[in-house]
Ligand binder design. Structure first.
Ligand SMILES: Nc1ncnc2c1ncn2[C@@H]1O[C@H](COP(=O)(O)OP(=O)(O)O)[C@@H](O)[C@H]1O
Ligand SMILES: [Mg+2]
Length: 276
């Protein structure tokens, strides 16, 4: 397994008293070419879990358990080892793509810079690779967009650039934390389909985090349902949707628009059929 998380607990030290846990013993594993969806309402501990996985927890956090990435425990790595890991093996995509972009730099140059930071290639080769990445994330008119600034692009296009930058490192694992939450529904669907294609084409593993079960259902092979730092259930996405074993999952399902539940909406999992 590429990623194996075993009984992960994360707490935050506060000024008074002992650390209070916000992640209470989560376990899952993920292999090459697989997508795991993590769903739960705001405050469930989804982002804390993803930050732990990329070794970016704040100093005030205390984590126990194991996060084995290709057999090595991220929780015991030095800052130097973690930097190397984040710079090459694990990529991250955030809700607001602007946070990952430099507003004062043309997007083509940003991707090329990211490439040159991690490999010893010429400017011309980096530019050619940047264009290839923009085409890979299906930016329309990519050649011209190389010369655009982030603010000249739509939110969906900026998120595509964010994905291109994350891909420039050729990661084995991509973590996308609410990557479509700031986008409108049709653009959400496009971004999810791009992520799904990348998993298939590049054989990377994807952790897709969302508060929206409709988003998870669209592309996740397996789904982990979290509530207040606890696992409610996990399993094949289709099983979780058709036969949820927990009331909380049923609550998330019933919160989906009726048309989505009936499998008619663009964000609906087609596998839902008429059983829901
Ligand atoms: N740096 C931090 N210090 C203290 N508490 C935090 C910190 N980051 C997150 N938390 C707490 O951890 C819990 C889970 O947060 P988070 O992982 O962001 O939830 P989600 O991403 O599911 O919305 C929340 O109660 C939040 O207040
Ligand atoms: Mg979050």
């Amino acid at each position: 397994m590429m990623l194996e998380i075993k009984d992960l607990k994360v707490g935050f030290q506060n000024e008074v008293g002992p650390a209070t846990d916000v992640v209470h013993g989560i376990s899952f594993s993920l292999g090459k070419g697989e997508t795991l969806g993590i769903v739960g309402e705001s405050g469930s501990g989804k982002s804390v879990l993803s930050l732990a996985t990329i070794g970016l927890l704040p100093k005030t956090a205390k984590a126990t358990g194991e996060i084995l990435f290709n057999g090595e425990d991220i929780l015991t790595m030095s800052e130097r080892e973690l930097c190397k890991l984040r710079g090459s093996r694990i990529g991250m995509i955030f809700q607001e793509p602007m946070t990952a972009l430099n507003p004062a730099m043309k997007v083509g140059s940003q991707i090329a810079e990211a490439l040159r930071l991690h490999s010893n290639i010429s400017r011309a080769d980096a530019n050619a690779e940047a264009l290839r990445l923009l085409e890979m994330v299906k930016i329309p008119d990519a050649k011209r967009k190389m010369h655009s600034y982030p603010h000249e692009m739509s939110g969906g296009q900026r998120q595509r650039v964010g994905i291109a930058i994350a891909l420039s490192l050729k990661p084995d694992l991509l973590i996308a934390d609410e990557p479509t939450t700031a986008l409108d529904v049709t653009v959400q669907a496009e971004i999810l389909d791009i992520l799904d294609d990348l998993v298939t084409e590049l054989g990377i593993a994807l952790i897709l985090i969302s508060h929206d079960l409709g988003v998870i259902a669209r592309i996740a092979d397996r789904t982990l349902v979290m509530y207040r730092g606890n696992e409610m259930e996990q399993g094949e996405t289709e099983r979780v949707l058709r036969q949820p074993s927990h009331d909380y999952t049923r609550k998330l399902l019933s919160a989906l628009p009726r048309r989505a539940r009936a499998g008619l909406d663009v964000m609906a999992p087609t596998t839902l059929g008429d059983s829901v």
